[in-house]
Design a protein around this ligand. Structure first.
Ligand SMILES: [Fe+2]
Ligand SMILES: [Fe+2]
Length: 269
């Protein structure tokens, strides 16, 4: 039988996933997101890329109903599938690092939802804060728990944004996508092409890239974004399997690619 991905129906595994989303929907407000930007986007913690990879050996993503392996295995599985399809080396690298923003848990906290135990500020499908939350989100029954949804500044379709302002102007729920994107944007030696940076930034934005919501915010270049994200999503989602790898064994192949696009020095997190 073919494997079904992103099945959120009631099962024991999904009780935890559901609880994760309840907290996430309730606590990811516009103010919370601004606070997290201030707190986590300081770029004052140097750490090499490969060391960050090893830390993801210790983290299992609680929002993922499809995989209960350490997150680094998902990263390698994605990268290897991209490599097998003979896609460009930068895209293989993006596959390998796209979830690396989850290293946030190393300096995160339960209160912020950025720890091993509380991951609602780190993982899961994201939505726009500062405007109405659409029903295309998983578990839309939790949308009304968000205090912003009873605040007239934030609960209309446009909220604080202008029509067709473009995706890059929106504030998304805080998590690993935005964190890694900002860390790499701040990294002077970063040579990852724009497509790759978009794949990193928006891969968890399911209500947009799969749910078809937020059409009123899109601008012309977001059509390209959607194409890139859908291309990448095949490798992010459908490569999840039980096959595991040893990080050391793939290092000889991937480290030179990482150094080509990100240099040899540390990245400032
Ligand atoms: Fe992710
Ligand atoms: Fe992923």
């Amino acid at each position: 039988m073919e494997k079904v991905f992103r099945n959120y129906e009631d099962t024991d595994v999904n009780a935890a996933v559901r609880e994760h989303y309840r907290k996430m929907r309730k606590r990811q407000t516009y103010d919370y997101v601004q606070r997290m930007h201030g707190k986590y986007l300081k770029y004052d913690k140097p750490m090499h890329l490969w060391e960050a990879m090893t830390h993801l050996n210790d983290l299992i993503d609680v929002s993922d109903p499809d995989l209960d392996l350490p997150n680094v295995q998902h990263l390698i599985q994605s990268a290897e599938a991209i490599r097998e399809d003979k896609r460009p080396d930068w895209m293989q690298l993006v596959g390998l690092i796209h979830d690396l923003g989850k290293v946030m848990f190393l300096w995160g906290s339960d209160e912020d939802g950025t720890s091993q135990d509380e991951q609602w500020g780190m993982v899961g499908d994201v939505f726009v804060v500062g405007c109405a939350i659409p029903d295309s989100c998983v578990y839309p029954e939790f949308n009304q728990l968000n205090p912003d949804m009873s605040d007239p500044r934030y609960n209309s379709e446009l909220g604080i944004y202008e029509k067709h302002c473009g995706l890059d102007k929106l504030n998304l729920a805080w998590g690993h996508d935005e964190y890694l994107f900002q860390v790499l944007r701040n990294h002077k030696e970063n040579q990852i092409p724009e497509q790759g940076m978009v794949m990193i930034r928006y891969h968890s934005f399911y209500p947009w890239h799969s749910g078809g919501s937020y059409a009123h915010f899109l601008c012309d270049k977001d059509k390209d974004y959607l194409e890139w994200i859908r291309d990448f999503n095949k490798y992010d989602l459908y490569t999840k399997c039980t096959k595991t790898y040893d990080l050391d064994e793939i290092k000889d192949y991937y480290l030179p690619i990482a150094e080509k696009y990100l240099g040899k020095g540390p990245i400032y997190w």
